[in-house]
Design a protein around this ligand. Structure first.
Ligand SMILES: Cc1cc2nc3c(=O)[nH]c(=O)nc-3n(C[C@H](O)[C@H](O)[C@H](O)COP(=O)(O)OP(=O)(O)OC[C@H]3O[C@@H](n4cnc5c(N)ncnc54)[C@H](O)[C@@H]3O)c2cc1C
Length: 405
C-alpha cells in the first residue's frame, strides 16, 4: 500500500469519498477502473492503520440465506467477484486467487414460528438460485453428529458459496489498485461539510487540517460514524455504533468435520476457524448505541452466557480454552438493519454508502459497483439498488429482511 499523505494535492476533485475502508475502497476501485470515467477521486480516511473500523473486526463470512431476493443477489455477486478476483481486477500476478470455504450457515430453529420463517426464506433463496436445504433434527444429527438437537425443530443450510472468504485481501486489492489508477488517499478527517445557499448541493468538505476541498459528488462511506458525517450535510440517518464481540477458542477435542457458521436460536453464532479453533460472536442482552471509541470487552458475557450456550449446543465445547477476543462496531441501521445507498432526495450530490449492520463485507462488491454505475451512468446497470434508497428512511418504510444476524 502506498503510504497516505496528510494533505490533498489539489483543492478540487470530481468525487470525494469520506472513509477509505472496504466500502470506500470498493467504490474508489469500481469508479477508477471504469473506462467511461476519467475524473479525479479523493479518499479521506482518518486512520490509515484502520485499527477501529468495522472492516478490521469482521467475521468475514458470506451467505445467501437472506429473506429478500436483492440481498441474496448481492451476496451471489460477492461470491462471483471473490472466486474470479484476478479476472475482475485484471491482474494474475499481484492479485491472489481466492476461494470461499463453503461450510455454510446453519440456522437452527427451536420453535415452529421460526421454522416457518426458515421455510419461507428457503423458497425465496431457491427462486434466487441458492442451494438452501431444510434439515430435520435427525438429518442435522446424521450430517453433523456433534450438535445437540434435542430442542431443535428445523435447520437450514446452504453449502454453495456460503462461508468464510478473505475480505481483508479483497479490501487491500481494491485500495492498492485504486491508488495505482490514480485515486488519491489521504490520512485526514472530514470535520465539516458545506452546502450551497439553497441547501441542495454539497460544495465542499472541511478537513481537520483546515483545508476546504471542493467536489462534484460526495460519498459517505464512514461506517459507524455515518450519522455524524450525514449530520454535517444537514441530514439525519438512523445509523449508530453497536458493539459486537468475537471470541476465538481452541477445543480440547476438535470436531471431526467442519463446523458451519451456526446460528443458535439464542442468537449466539459460532463457526469453523481452522486448526481446532473456532470463532464465536454475539452481543450483550442490552444492545445500546455505544461511544465511537468504546471497544471494551464484556468478560462476564463469555463466562455466563456465551460459553454455556456453546456447550449446550455442541457438548465438545465444554472443554475449551479462550485464546483471543475483541469488540467491534456494527454500523447499525436501526430502522431495518439494511443498507442505505444512493443519493439523498434533495442534496443530490451526497451519496450514501451506509448502514450495512452485520453484512457489509459481503455487500461491498455489489455496493461499490452500484455507486460507480450511478455516478458514471446516472442509473444502476446491474442490480437495482433503489429499494435501499434514502426515501424509505424518510417515509419510515423498513425493508423487511428476516434473516438478520
Ligand atoms: C464483529 C463483526 C462481525 C462482522 N461480520 C461480518 C460478516 O461475517 N460478514 C459481513 O458481510 N459483514 C460483517 N460485518 C459487518 C462489516 O464488517 C461492515 O458492514 C463493513 O466492514 C462496513 O465497512 P465500511 O467501510 O462501511 O465501514 P468501516 O470499516 O467502519 O470504515 C469506515 C471508515 O471511515 C473512516 N471515517 C469515519 N469518519 C470519518 C471522517 N469524518 N473522516 C475521514 N474518515 C472517516 C473510519 O476511520 C473507517 O476507516 C461484521 C462486523 C462486525 C463488527
Amino acid at each position: 500500500m502506498k503510504k497516505f499523505e496528510k494533505n490533498p494535492k489539489k483543492s478540487t476533485y470530481d468525487i470525494i469519498i469520506i472513509g477509505g475502508a472496504i466500502m470506500g475502497s470498493s467504490a474508489a476501485w469500481f469508479l477508477s477502473q471504469n473506462p467511461d470515467f476519467d475524473g479525479t477521486i479523493l479518499v479521506v480516511e482518518k486512520d490509515q492503520n484502520y485499527e477501529f473500523c468495522s472492516t478490521a473486526h469482521t467475521t468475514s463470512c458470506m451467505r445467501q440465506q437472506f429473506s429478500t431476493k436483492l440481498n441474496v443477489q448481492i451476496s451471489q455477486f460477492a461470491a462471483d467477484f471473490v472466486l474470479n478476483l484476478q479476472e475482475y481486477m485484471g491482474d494474475k500476478i499481484k492479485v491472489p486467487k481466492l476461494t470461499i470455504n463453503s461450510f455454510g450457515y446453519m440456522y437452527l430453529a427451536n420453535d415452529n414460528d421460526y421454522a416457518k420463517n426458515l421455510k419461507e426464506n428457503q423458497k425465496i433463496q431457491i427462486e434466487a438460485g441458492a442451494a438452501t436445504e431444510l434439515l430435520s433434527p435427525m438429518e442435522i444429527k446424521s450430517r453433523y453428529p456433534f450438535y445437540n438437537v434435542e430442542d431443535i425443530v428445523l435447520g437450514s443450510i446452504n453449502l454453495v458459496n456460503e462461508g468464510y472468504w478473505d475480505s481483508m485481501t479483497v479490501f487491500n486489492c481494491w485500495r492498492n489498485k485504486a491508488q495505482e489508477n490514480g485515486v488519491e488517499y489521504i490520512e485526514n478527517e472530514v470535520v465539516d461539510i458545506i452546502k450551497n445557499k439553497s441547501g441542495d448541493r454539497v460544495l465542499c468538505i472541511k478537513l481537520a487540517s483546515g483545508e476546504l476541498i471542493t467536489g462534484e459528488n460526495f460519498i459517505n462511506a464512514s461506517g459507524p460514524r455515518a450519522a455524524i458525517t450525514s449530520k454535517m450535510a444537514g441530514i439525519d440517518i438512523p445509523v449508530e455504533p453497536r458493539k459486537r464481540f468475537s471470541w476465538i477458542f481452541k477445543a480440547e477435542e476438535p470436531l471431526d468435520r467442519q463446523l458451519p457458521l451456526t446460528i443458535d436460536p439464542s442468537g449466539i453464532h459460532v463457526r469453523e476457524n481452522g486448526g481446532g479453533t473456532y470463532q464465536a460472536g454475539g452481543h450483550g442482552v442490552e444492545d445500546p448505541a455505544v461511544g465511537f471509541d468504546d471497544f471494551t470487552m464484556d468478560y462476564d458475557l463469555w463466562e455466563e452466557k456465551v460459553w454455556p450456550i456453546l456447550a449446550h449446543r455442541i457438548p465438545n465445547f465444554e472443554s475449551i480454552k479462550l485464546i483471543h477476543d475483541w469488540a467491534g462496531h456494527y454500523s447499525m441501521n436501526t430502522l431495518d438493519q439494511n443498507a442505505i445507498v444512493g443519493p439523498h432526495g434533495e442534496v443530490q450530490n451526497f451519496i450514501f454508502l451506509n448502514g450495512f449492520s452485520g453484512h457489509g463485507t459481503q455487500q461491498a462488491p455489489a455496493m461499490g459497483r452500484a455507486v460507480a454505475e450511478l455516478l458514471i451512468y446516472g442509473e444502476y446497470q446491474t442490480l437495482n439498488m433503489k429499494p435501499f434508497h434514502f426515501d424509505r428512511i424518510e417515509k419510515e418504510k423498513p425493508i423487511i429482511e428476516n434473516a438478520i444476524i
